[in-house]
Design a protein around this ligand. Structure first.
Ligand code: SF4
Length: 490
């Protein structure tokens, strides 16, 4: 097996991280069955790890491996559909779909067949193996749990029964793709994706660059200009439609069918119990704290899905899992079985909307041990508070914000300008409102994070105008000085 190292690994090419080798299993569409779960559990067991982690692209990753996976393991993974049969394209199978595709009562179109067709296309186009392993394509069915705000290179958003708006990643790094003024019929989607991917490939070949840091699609588009790139795609497009890409910014095509605005977080919408579009069936959104999925939980959820669902689990880009197709008669029992695995199912639990990047144990750029600090905070909040509304808290070891690109209710950024490791945290509170940490005294040492954030939440509970006032509305009503007094109150 090749051991070429990448900064964004696939199963055949692990990356070197601070804590060992890092490898990723691309799960197109995030869909798993029980036999795949058993294979994943076995993989975690033989590597001596305690858990696998669901990523914010609804893939799976293993950290801290002591050696490469051997050929026997890779063959087993391939045989059960967890690795590409065409090794050249394993790394570019980042295919994200609405995790409630086919069961969402609000969706306009079930995008699963489209995602399968794109996966099939990639399998037969080895030449696309030169694309960046970060290349990602999303399919949003326009329902209540959308992925149009996820930072894919390309997203097709259903805007009608069989009509899609094309979005391209032409904004800043980490931002959602934007509509480019092209609407496609269902049968035009695959030819358009193929034409964009081939134009991107040609752009990479012309631009060259470090094999470890290949140009992203946005770099190629910037190089040619949007109109120039549009011309190139038109030449590759096998359909009859004429088009010119235009940057429409945030227009009505930026929204899902439920009217949810671009970049509005939808991360809690899928948690808990929800009725499906099929009468008498329910789906259950289950929380995996920081995306961690232990061996017993992998086997357990796989078994629950096989015996009480449709042998189908959905990974979400919010690092959680959905069990679809549970009948009304089975619902209570399934909830009990999930709880027996130590997993919560409510968006109000402190673990539900907690995000953390790899942190100092896994990433050389991190000033703090984000994962450990996030877990310490979740445990403190779970012991001391009953949250009555979901709260999204994001820990990032540096300003790159790998774990969550959009704003959280509370963001803590690792900062080691004033200290050696362990660094301290700079805070942003209430989304875009207050940002602390320009002064050294504003920075929070990791050990003070739980009690300080606890004070903030206690103040929110005590002082909000009414139970419906959101955390960000409450914190936006406070001045910077008031927030500082709350955080640093003795
Ligand atoms: S956010 Fe920074 S510290 Fe965290 S994983 Fe990304 S690069 Fe590393």
């Amino acid at each position: 097996m090749s051991v070429e190292r990448s900064i964004c690994p696939d199963i055949y090419h692990p990356a070197v991280a601070r804590d060992g080798l890092l490898t990723r299993l691309r799960i197109p569409g995030g869909v798993l069955n029980e036999s795949q779960c058993l294979e994943i559990a076995h993989l975690v067991e033989i590597t001596g790890l305690e858990y696998i982690q669901v990523t914010n692209r609804a893939n799976l990753q293993l950290r801290a491996l002591s050696r490469d996976l051997d050929n026997e393991v890779l063959t087993k993974l391939t045989d059960c559909g967890l690795a590409a049969t065409n090794t050249a394209v394993d790394g570019i199978r980042n295919i994200l779909i609405s995790p409630t595709a086919g069961i969402d009562s609000q969706e306009l179109c079930d995008v699963r067949p489209l995602a399968d067709a794109w996966h099939e296309y990639l399998s037969h186009h080895s030449e696309l193996g030169v694309l960046s392993t970060k290349f990602s394509v999303g399919f949003d069915g326009g329902g209540s749990v959308g992925i149009v705000d996820r930072p894919n290179d390309i997203t097709l958003l259903a805007v009608g029964d069989h009509e899609f708006s094309l979005h391209l990643g032409i904004g800043e790094r980490g931002s959602a793709p934007l509509p480019v003024g092209v609407r496609l019929e269902l049968d035009e989607c695959l030819p358009m994706l193929g034409a964009i991917a081939q134009s991107y490939r040609q752009g990479i070949e012309e631009l060259g660059g470090d094999v470890r840091r290949k140009p992203r699609l946005r770099d190629v588009i910037r190089h040619y200009g949007l109109a120039g790139f549009s011309d190139r795609v038109q030449r590759e497009f096998t359909g009859s439609r004429r088009f010119i890409f235009k940057n429409l910014g945030l227009d009505r095509d930026s929204c899902g069918a439920n009217g949810s605005a671009l970049a509005e977080t939808q991360c809690e919408h899928h948690l808990g119990v929800h009725p499906q579009s099929q009468a008498g069936f329910w789906y259950l959104g289950v929380v995996l704290p920081l995306g961690r999925w232990t061996i017993d939980q992998i086997k357990g959820l796989g078994q629950i899905a096989a015996r009480s669902g449709s042998d189908n689990l959905r990974l979400t880009p919010w690092q959680n899992i959905i069990i679809p197709d549970v009948t009304t008669a089975n619902l209570e029992r399934v909830q009990r079985l999930v709880a027996d695995l130590g997993l919560v199912q409510t968006a109000n639990h402190p673990s539900s909307l907690l995000r953390a990047c790899a942190g100092a144990t896994g990433c050389q750029f991190s000033a703090t041990d984000t994962q450990a600090d996030a877990i310490a905070l979740a445990n403190y909040l779970a012991t001391n508070f009953t949250l009555d509304r979901p709260l999204n808290i994001h820990f990032s070891g540096c300003d790159k914000s790998c774990a969550q690109h959009d704003h959280a209710d509370i963001t803590l950024w690792g900062d080691d300008r004033h200290t050696q490791l362990p660094g301290r945290y700079r805070l942003s509170i209430g989304g875009v409102t207050a940002e602390f940490g320009q002064e050294e005294s504003d920075l929070l040492p990791p050990e003070k994070v739980p009690i300080s954030i606890g004070k903030l939440i206690a103040a929110y509970h005590d002082l909000r105008l009414d139970p419906q006032e959101s955390f960000s509305t409450f914190t936006n009503r406070q001045s910077l000085i008031q927030l500082q007094q709350i955080l640093h109150a003795v």
